[in-house]
Design a protein around this ligand. Sequence first.
Ligand code: T4K
Length: 378
Amino acid sequence: MSKIEPFAENIFVTRPVFPKIEEVTEKLRDIWTAKWLTNNGPQHYMLERDLEQYLKVPCLSLFNNGTIALMVAVQSLRLQGEVITTPFTFAATPHVLSWNNIKPIFCDVDEETMNIDADKIESMITPKTTAILAVHVFGTPCNVEKIQQVADAYGLKVIYDAAHAFGVEIDGKGIGNFGDISMFSFHATKIYHTVEGGALVHGDKNLKHRIDLLKNFGIKNEDEVVMTGINGKLDEVRAAIGRIMLNYVDGERAKRRALHQIYDEELGDVDGIKLMPKCAENVNLNYQYYVIRIDENIFGKSRDEVYTELKKFNVYARKYFHPLCSEFTCYRQLNSSHVENLPVANVIGKQVLSLPMYGDLTAEDVRKICTIIKEFKN
Ligand code: T4K
């Protein structure tokens, strides 16, 4: 029997960053004074400009969540037919394609980064392909150069689902500058959040005009509705919270970076555990998630057994992203979903485990989680 005591309180995979309540009430007062709650108010306008600066991108449109933002990205580029994407992602990624009557084509992932394998994309292109929808999974950048090369060679659009990549930079350049459009999620569980929310970023002012129409029912003015839009608007309360949260993100990032280091130190030498992918020096990560892979043959216990063991100590890790999207009932009949077409993703899906990662965790908490895992191995 283990001598380790369970945690007194549940430790979840993450915990939202909460701003000081006084800061929120102060901003609420501004909103009450302005008597403007939603539909492009001053908080919304200021947050768009603040985020353009923080993310180092030329054009940003706020949304009420990342999924609606991605739906609008697909609409704004007038995509149809087939779009090549990854099966190793959250359900939202392929679902936005299906909701736009587009067939997702799943491409296998890279063993190291767990992102779409850029070298395999070309072989999946057909006359119906209109775009590549790649995900910077867990904030690790995709092979953006190779993806752009393939897209340029075949006249395809590129959308990045950057839901996990807030503030990530390559050579000091914001990650949102790659491809035609990138989507960020500002969900409560993200390192930067607006409770619920999201954004599209891109480099084209005309595209912003179209995106902003699409997120507001296609309403141009009181007399004209010029396209079939949707309601994707972020309200003033959440925009105001987003402005406050910008003051917290760097501190949270530094805390998570330190916790990453402890996980690396504690688990680095454990046979059968693969750590988060290491990025090149020119990449500035956000340390949002901490994900390991457990090779049952070497570790001696499966990912699922480790997941269950941790629960006994009140540690609620998550199997992001299992099941693969290609295993969902709505996608598994697709040719591209067959296991033999996705050998790497199918192995990774059985091995990944997202361990608790948030700034309020202490170094001792992380060491204890690692001890539970290491004791379980023996
Ligand atoms: N693309 C990608 C690659 C994504 O990962 C996501 C979202 C999207 C697109 C879509 O973006 P959004 O439309 O969501 O903006 C969570 C998030 O809800 C989701 O935003 C995120 N990805 C996904 C990876 O994780 P769940 O279903 O796992 O969340 P849930 O409710 O189980 O929360 C996880 C843990 O966080 C809980 O065990 C406890 C803790 N928690 C959660 C909430 C909401 C709290 O302590 N307090 C809270 O308020 O999806």
